[in-house]
Design a protein around this ligand. Structure first.
Ligand code: PLP
Length: 394
């Protein structure tokens, strides 16, 4: 039992040390009390030795970061309030006004917007290059290039970056390589093993896995750079809520199981869809007909991931018929949920592109992206068979 209270206002001491909770406790406290000015001094002088204020650090974020550190083979990672907060903290931790950043030309939509609008407004130069071509990255480097940002597997055409080639370019010029590894997850690839300097995740997606929290993660190999990123994130308030971290930690317990099952489902579903009438092409990185098949195999092994895309012969009418014919699969522009979700890039994530730009990327009105979940494969096969049959009739 707690000590007998004498007022409603003063906190009653938690009965520590009597029993051990199995589930991680949530620490919603914003501030931490110190025993003395000397103790507080000591905490400020030795970061990590205690807590002061929740924006700086708190136990739920640290417990979650430690789990993702373990998956990435990293130490000292930081949890941020969203994946975009992690991208922002990583970039601003490397850049000053006047610097240039070179990015992949198929980055996540908001990252492209950061490159196109936000960073230039802050006095930074940006440009993009095709990440399947390391030569294009070598040619894109400028004297003031201070960061390179890529994703290993692109959205939504699932092109596989020449990670090793770009890492060699970055290393030769001493430019930090930032890899947003959200699509691949640490189960698909560990970018530190391929020369990355900074690894970024949207924890919102597969790592947390239940579409009930937005969070991010960033870790730098170099401790000095990590300190710069952490300081920036704390100063700009990019750090997360304890409740969100707790939810994500709860989700991450089953990450390996969910990922393996979703990946197996995706591989089988891709092969099934490829054989259906009305389907023009299927994109799945480890399939032999994928444009980057060889690189996918050498970089990812058999780990093709849970994402697949496909294109119908028909246009918008066929696309509408498909979504209406499979109401049990959530039609939602996200990914990484425990259940399968279906998105239509031309009307959502890639709607801001001109039809010509979309055509260049191969994103027609009949293009769909699927984030495959952990359902029974028979159910997925019957849903997609029905949807694609309805599209073929439209
Ligand atoms: C979703 C996503 C992000 C952004 O993450 P949020 O948690 O939504 O802010 C960044 N990069 C990639 C590759 C993503 O899929």
């Amino acid at each position: 039992m707690p000590d007998t209270p004498t007022t409603l206002v003063r906190r009653t001491a938690f009965p520590q040390g009597r029993s051990r909770a199995v589930a991680t406790p949530i620490h919603p406290t914003v501030v931490w009390a110190a025993d003395s000015p000397d103790q507080l001094d000591n905490i400020y002088e030795n970061p990590g030795s205690g807590y002061t204020y929740a924006r700086e650090a708190h136990p739920n974020a640290e417990m979650l970061a430690a789990k993702i550190d373990m998956l990435e083979g990293a130490t000292g990672g930081l949890i941020t309030g969203s994946g975009m907060a992690a991208v922002t903290a990583a970039l601003l931790g490397c850049l000053r006004a006047g610097d240039h950043v070179l990015g992949g030309d198929q980055l996540y939509g908001r990252s492209l917007r950061l490159m196109a609008e936000t960073l230039p407004a802050m006095g930074m130069e940006t440009s993009l290059a095709d990440p399947t071509d390391a030569g294009a990255f070598a040619r894109g480097i400028r004297p003031n290039t201070r960061a390179i940002l890529i994703e290993t597997v692109s959205n939504p055409t699932l092109r596989v970056a020449d990670l090793d080639g770009i890492a060699a370019v970055a290393q030769a010029r001493g430019i930090p390589l930032l890899v947003d590894s959200t699509f691949s997850t640490p189960r698909g690839i560990r970018p530190f093993d391929h020369g990355a300097d900074i690894v970024i995740h949207s924890v919102t997606k597969l790592l947390a896995g239940h579409s009930d929290v937005t969070l991010g993660y960033v870790v730098a190999r170099d401790p000095a750079r990590m300190t710069a990123i952490r300081t920036l994130a704390v100063t700009m308030g990019l750090t997360p809520s304890p409740f969100d971290c707790w939810l994500a930690e709860r989700g991450i317990y089953t990450f390996n199981l969910r990922y393996d099952r979703a990946e197996e489902n995706a591989r089988k579903l891709a092969d099934h869809i490829a054989g259906l009438p009305g389907v023009k092409r299927v994109l799945y990185p480890t399939r032999p007909d994928h444009p980057d098949h060889n690189r996918a195999i050498s970089l990812l092994g058999e780990r093709g991931g849970n994402m697949l895309s496909f294109e119908l012969h028909g246009g918008r009418a066929a696309a509408n018929a498909l979504t209406l014919a499979m109401p049990d699969v959530a039609f939602a522009p996200t990914l990484g949920d425990v259940g399968t979700t279906l998105s239509h890039p031309p009307s959502s994530s890639h709607r801001a592109l001109t039809p010509e730009n979309r055509a260049n990327l191969g994103i027609s009105e009949g293009f769909f992206r699927v984030s495959v979940g952990v359902e029974e494969i028979e159910l997925l096969i019957s849903d997609f068979t029905a949807g694609i049959a309805a599209a073929a009739k439209a």
